[in-house]
Design a protein around this ligand. Sequence first.
Ligand code: SF4
Ligand code: MG
Length: 330
Amino acid sequence: ERPLLQIEHLKMHYPIKGGMFSRTVGHVKAVDDVSLSLNAGETLGLVGESGCGKSTLGRSIVRLENPQEGRILFENTDISRYSQRAMKPVRKRLQIIFQDPYSSLNPRKRIGDILAEPLIVHRLVERSRIEGEVERLLDMVGLPRAYKNRFPHEFSGGQRQRIGIARAISFEPKLIVCDEPISALDVSIQAQILNLLSDLQRELRLTYLFIAHGIGAVKHISSRVAVMYLGKIVEIADKRALFQSPKHPYTRILLSAYPPPDPTLRSDKRILIQGDVPSPANPPQGCRFHTRCPFAEERCRREEPLLTGGAHAVACHLPLNGRLDEEGFR
Ligand code: SF4
Ligand code: MG
């Protein structure tokens, strides 16, 4: 069986303008040669600091951005060069939810009308069944039916995210790109939204690309996790393997910043990350992580490591090879 989504050598480079004539003086390599695939029904967590290109990657998959190079195969069809018109029918099966759904909810419209709009525009249900369908969507995301008469500003952040999710599932999608859907929410609400997404995944057989900046957010919902740094995937593995035996120093550092499930884990096992993220307009030569890596050697400054290793792939010349819960993880 082919994967539901397959990304091959995707590149998203933005020109940087400068000088008196606003000429292109360089390129921001937001996404630089990324390949990955998603099987139907799974959740791939995509983690990295802000500016690493994870949102750009997510937005390019649903074609809110135009990739410069590479292929995006969705249901075995290359949609990477589709026009917006050609994308329209595909979008029903390929949805995105955002960190702040409020910005995409028309403040002058009632929730019932907001949820009815795609049903009407895309002729998803008959006119006579629209009100019933809106109520069914509210049920599915755990909101009272009476809320259909309210306006967006009357809702909390968590409730607005439920509305964003209701709108996404109204299309009966196969894949939903979840772009940091819980980052702006209170911790207590985050778990509720994660549970809702998990329940809907089971009921509707959804596939998720779940984007987050913290590794803790992807722990429960993901089946696999990919770690991104400066436009590149640096490690990808089954969640268990990644959390128990991370191979890339950056993954190890992200995990050490995440509260350990075992409080006896000694704090001296934590490694601190050095410095800021370099500019993606001018990424370091060799391994892009070498300016911050505590293990960097001469070779790392010269030679770019490739992502290799099959099911647990890593892009590092000196991958770590111990379990996190043992002494001396290197
Ligand atoms: Fe660190 Fe070198 Fe591995 Fe890069 S290749 S992550 S600099 S050890
Ligand atoms: Mg983002």
